[in-house]
Design a binder for this molecule. Structure first.
Ligand code: SF4
Length: 624
């Protein structure tokens, strides 16, 4: 009971005193605490909508179309910079966000595009605090941002059963085998084409670290610039607040139908169910999301939601659900699937009242949100309806356009093996007078939902994640279980770290144990997140809190006792190797063993050959 209480307290507070906490520089701790306070001050337990209505709004939508030629990308960057930078316009008007935009804009261009500038902390920027920042930092307000709400059904505690079912599912295994190979090949080729990829990974890591260390400042700057461009920011500490904010916007727009781009945070918030429960129809427009919505499933992968399906599954679902289409239509090619989805979706785009997208990045200097897609559905979702809602969690922030572009180069290569995604769209505010298209209203629902709990803990580095999915594409465990086995929104190695953080290690303790610790996830992560190290931290927490099974704890305790006594260790391993050799009776492997049923249930145990490791090591040394 005592442990249970401790767990709950930890879960609510986000972290308990630990070594990492103590060794954190005091300044960084203060900054992170301040970011929490800002969120708390902005929400204070309810949804707050601010709109300063600075003269006339203004907004941009700019789409960057498949830039394979680096020169073209560089030109496009300049083009985008000109188009997405309301601070420049406001500087000319003598307006802007309390002077912040001018200050930050002057310092931003070269932080990351030139390696020598990497990691520069813009100290001058920090002096440009807004009155709101100062108020929030000074006030000791009730912090509500440490409440985490999970609305999607959680089956993480049944990971082992889920995994066993997945391994026995021939259809799933076929789908996983095909899709995984393609992802690995494409990423490998894309990385090989960019000699400075490793350097770019360091840059990506530094951009995210810098942003997290100064998140309070960038949140404020971003919000001021969104509002200066005519948008609204809704600060939400919890999933309930975010859902309420989205519903309120939809209701104010009189929405009956809402189109949606792919967004993992919307999965986390359970937006679709919430809208449906209130009489609003959400329509997924990403091809993979569309099929799984038809099948009433959840994504099994963060960038390829229908990773678990084969072409036959698509055909079957389409025939079952699209009963109004001709029965004799054929699905012999991939493009037949696309054509069918387009036929059904096109008029939904035109009929929708509100478009909801996620955001790959939020750019503080311009108040822009960025989405990348390969289908163009995100652009139709956010430009056709009268109202655009961008859902984004707080860690999506980056300081400048250049920072976003550096991360985009990493994202496309790590995710799909492209040099750049087909559509990269920057949105700043709603439609301005004279614009040909774009939404009349632009809302950003900015969500914490437990992220700030990670500040100052061993898990803070997880907030660098740019959701590229490279870790799961390379994970041998994900490769055989697929994503649904993980039992919540985020699968694979990133999910094994993030899920316990967001829903509690008591529910998700199996996930950090579902790793071979081969280290491939860390080696491919574009922002160098030490995923195995963080999984080990979760294992330690699980052990400390007596959440792991009694047998595991007992065996680990026994192993630790023996391992700390070298003479005993040598004797015990010698006896064990000898006994196993005798028991084997000439066989090469054990199919089952007493006391090791869990191990041999899924694989054979090879019989040890040639003595213990220490014996062989000593022999080799003598030979040398
Ligand atoms: S943890 Fe790294 S590799 Fe995995 S999704 Fe996040 S950024 Fe990509």
């Amino acid at each position: 009971m005592r442990h249970k209480e401790r767990d709950i307290a930890f879960h609510l507070e986000g972290s308990e005193p630990n070594q990492a906490h103590n060794v954190m520089p005091a300044r960084r701790r203060r900054v992170l605490q301040k970011a929490r306070e800002i969120l708390s001050a902005r929400t204070d337990g309810k949804v707050v909508t601010r709109h300063q209505g600075r003269g006339g709004g203004g907004g941009d939508q700019h789409t960057l179309v498949d830039g394979k030629d680096p020169g073209r990308i560089a030109n496009a960057e300049e083009d985008i910079r000109r188009q997405v930078a309301p601070p420049a316009r406001q500087a000319r008007r003598g307006g802007g966000a309390g002077g912040q935009s001018r200050d930050i804009h002057a310092k931003t261009p070269a932080m990351v595009s030139s390696p020598k500038c990497v990691g520069q902390v813009r100290k001058g920027d920090r002096r440009a605090q807004t009155p709101m920042t100062r108020r929030a930092s000074c006030a000791r307000m009730r912090c509500t941002s440490n409440r985490v709400t999970a609305v999607v059904q959680i089956t993480s505690p049944q990971f082992k059963e889920n995994a066993a079912r997945a391994i026995g599912d021939a259809g799933l295994q076929k789908a996983l085998g095909k899709a995984k190979g393609a992802f690995l090949q494409r990423r490998g080729d894309a990385v090989a084409r960019l000699p400075e990829f490793e350097q770019l990974r360091d840059i990506g890591r530094d951009i995210k670290n810098h942003t997290l260390a100064n998140l309070d400042f960038y949140l404020e700057t971003y919000a001021a610039n969104v509002e200066a461009a005519g948008g609204k920011v809704h600060w939400c500490s919890t999933a309930e607040e975010a859902r309420a904010a989205v519903l309120e916007i939809c209701r104010n727009a009189g929405a009956k139908t809402v189109t949606k781009g792919k967004s993992m945070i919307s999965e986390e918030l359970g937006i679709n169910d919430h809208l449906e429960a209130h009489g609003i129809e959400p329509v997924e427009t990403d091809l993979g999301e569309y099929i799984i919505q038809l099948r009433r499933e959840h994504p099994s992968h963060i960038i390829a939601p229908a990773f678990h399906l084969n072409r036959e599954d698509w055909e079957k679902s389409f025939r079952e659900m699209h009963t109004d289409l001709p029965k004799d239509r054929v699905f012999s090619e991939r493009r037949d699937i696309l054509t069918e989805a387009r036929t059904k979706l096109r008029h939904r785009f035109l009929a929708s009242d509100v478009g909801i997208t996620g955001a790959n990045f939020l750019i503080a200097e311009s108040g822009s949100s960025v989405i990348v897609t390969n289908e163009g559905n995100g652009d139709l979702t956010q430009t056709l309806p009268r109202v655009h809602i961008a859902l984004a969690s707080i860690e999506k922030m980056v300081p400048t356009l250049n920072d976003a572009c550096a991360l985009l180069r990493l994202l496309a290569r790590s995710a799909t093996g492209q040099d750049f995604s087909v559509y990269t769209t920057f949105s700043t505010g709603g439609r301005r007078p004279g614009d040909l298209d774009g939404p009349e209203e632009y809302h950003v629902v900015l969500i914490d939902n437990g992220r700030s709990n990670m500040f100052g803990t061993e898990f803070q580095e997880m907030l660098r994640c740019i959701r590229c999915a490279a870790c799961m594409n390379h994970c041998p465990v994900y490769g055989v279980t697929g994503g649904h086995a993980y039992g919540w929104v985020y699968p694979g190695p990133m999910g094994s770290v993030l899920t316990p953080t967001l829903i509690g290690v008591d529910k998700a303790g199996h996930l950090p144990n579902a790793s071979t610790f081969c280290g491939r996830c860390e080696s491919v992560c574009p922002v160098k997140i030490p995923l195995p190290k963080m999984m080990r931290h979760w294992r330690e927490r699980e052990f400390e809190r007596h959440l792991s099974p009694v047998a595991v704890r007992r065996n680990l305790g026994l192993w630790a006792y023996v391992a700390q006594r070298p003479a005993l260790y040598r004797m015990a391993t010698k006896l064990a190797v000898g006994a196993l050799g005798m028991l084997a009776q000439g066989k090469g492997a054990f199919r089952s063993l007493p006391l090791a049923g869990g191990w041999t249930q899924g694989r054979d145990l090879p019989v040890p050959e040639g003595g213990t490791f220490m014996d062989r090591y000593a022999k080799t040394k003598r030979g040398a």
